[in-house]
Ligand binder design. Structure first.
Ligand code: SAM
Length: 294
C-alpha cells in the first residue's frame, strides 16, 4: 500500500475521477477526494448548488458544471471531448458514490468506450454503510436500489425477488417506509429478518433490526423511524428449493444406506427425489455407505 508521494501529481491529465462524497457527515470526505476536487479543471456535479456548498466548506473553488439524469446523454459528449483534450475532470453526485442510484453511468460507459482513463476515489455509499452495521448476512448481497413507487409495480417487483437467496438492499423514501415494510412482510413473510437504517453518519443516525413484523410495528408506533434518509436491508430466502431437496435426499440416503448398498440406495433415492442416480450414488459414497454391493 502506498500513501503517495509529495512529488506525485495529484491529478493525471485527461483522467475522469469518479469521486465519492459524504452521505451526511462532512468529515467523511477523504483527503484524496479533497485533493482531486481541488486540482481537477472541472467538476461535473448532479446539482451544482449542492456541490458548491460542499466545496465551500473545504475552501475549494474549482469550476462546476451540471450532469444530471436529464442532460447526461448530451453532456457526456462535451465532457469526453474535454477529457480527450487533456483536462482532468471529477464526477460527483449529491451524496455518496456516483452511479449508485445517481447519475454518471452514461458518462463512465462512454469514457470507457472512448479509451479515456478513469480513476476512482472511493468513499461513502449508504447501501454498504447500512449493510456493514445491520448484522445480517454479508457474504452475498444484491443492491435493488429504489422499489417502484406504485403499489402494483412494487408488489410485482417483490414477487420476482421471493426466491432471492442473497441479502437485499433497498433505498426508500421516508413517506413510503411503512407501506413498503408491509409489502415486504406480505410478500417475503413476516418472520424474515431485516433492518432499517436512517440518517446514517448524521446526528439522528438509527438502525432498527428485527423481523419484518417487528419493523412494521415499530414504524406504526414511532414516527421518527420514517424521518430522513432510509436504507432497508432484508435477508435472502433461507430455505431455497435446491438446498431443501438435497437435505431431503441426504436424509433419505442415510436411512437407505443403513439397510442397502450404495447403488441400490441411490436407485431408490433417485426415484423418490427425481435427482440423478449418478449424483446420488456419488453422494452415497461420500456419506460412507458401507453395505456390500451384491
Ligand atoms: N449515491 C448514493 C449512495 O452512494 O448511497 C445514493 C443516492 S440515492 C439518490 C439517495 C438514497 O440513498 C436515499 O433516498 C436513501 O435511501 C439513501 N441514503 C443516502 N444517504 C443516506 C443516509 N445518510 N442514511 C440513510 N440512507 C441514505
Amino acid at each position: 500500500m502506498s500513501a503517495g508521494s509529495s512529488t506525485e501529481p495529484a491529478v493525471a491529465p485527461g483522467t475522469l475521477y469518479v469521486v465519492a462524497t459524504p452521505i451526511g457527515n462532512l468529515g467523511d470526505l477523504s483527503t484524496r477526494a479533497r485533493e482531486v476536487l481541488a486540482r481537477v479543471q472541472l467538476i461535473a456535479a448532479e446539482d451544482t448548488r449542492h456541490t458548491r456548498q460542499l466545496l465551500q466548506a473545504f475552501g475549494i473553488d474549482t469550476p462546476l458544471t451540471s450532469l444530471h439524469e436529464h442532460n447526461e446523454m448530451h453532456k457526456s459528449e462535451t465532457l469526453i471531448a474535454r477529457l480527450l483534450a487533456g483536462e482532468a475532470i471529477a464526477l460527483v453526485s449529491d451524496a455518496g458514490t456516483p452511479l449508485i442510484s445517481d447519475p454518471g453511468f452514461n458518462l463512465v460507459a462512454a469514457a470507457r468506450t472512448r479509451g479515456v482513463s478513469i480513476a476512482v476515489i472511493p468513499g461513502p455509499c449508504a447501501a454498504i454503510a447500512a449493510l456493514s452495521i445491520a448484522g445480517l448476512p454479508t457474504d452475498r448481497f444484491v443492491f435493488e436500489g429504489f422499489l417502484p413507487a406504485k403499489t402494483a409495480a412494487r408488489v410485482s417487483r417483490l414477487r420476482e425477488l421471493i426466491d432471492e437467496q442473497r441479502t437485499m438492499i433497498f433505498y426508500e423514501a421516508p413517506h413510503r417506509l411503512l407501506e413498503v415494510l408491509r409489502d415486504l412482510a406480505a410478500e417475503f413473510g413476516a418472520e424474515r429478518s431485516a433492518s432499517v437504517s436512517r440518517e446514517l453518519t448524521k446526528k439522528f443516525e438509527t438502525t432498527y433490526t428485527g423481523t419484518l413484523a417487528n419493523l412494521c410495528e415499530i414504524a406504526e408506533q414511532n414516527a421518527d423511524m420514517a424521518r430522513g434518509e432510509i436504507v432497508i436491508i432484508v435477508t435472502g430466502h433461507t430455505a431455497p428449493k435446491s438446498t431443501a431437496q438435497s437435505l431431503n435426499a441426504d436424509q433419505l440416503l442415510r436411512a437407505l444406506l443403513e439397510e442397502l448398498p450404495p447403488s441400490q440406495a441411490a436407485k431408490i433415492a433417485a426415484k423418490l427425489t427425481g435427482e440423478k442416480r449418478a449424483d446420488l450414488y456419488a453422494r452415497a459414497m461420500q456419506l460412507g455407505g458401507s453395505k456390500r454391493e451384491d
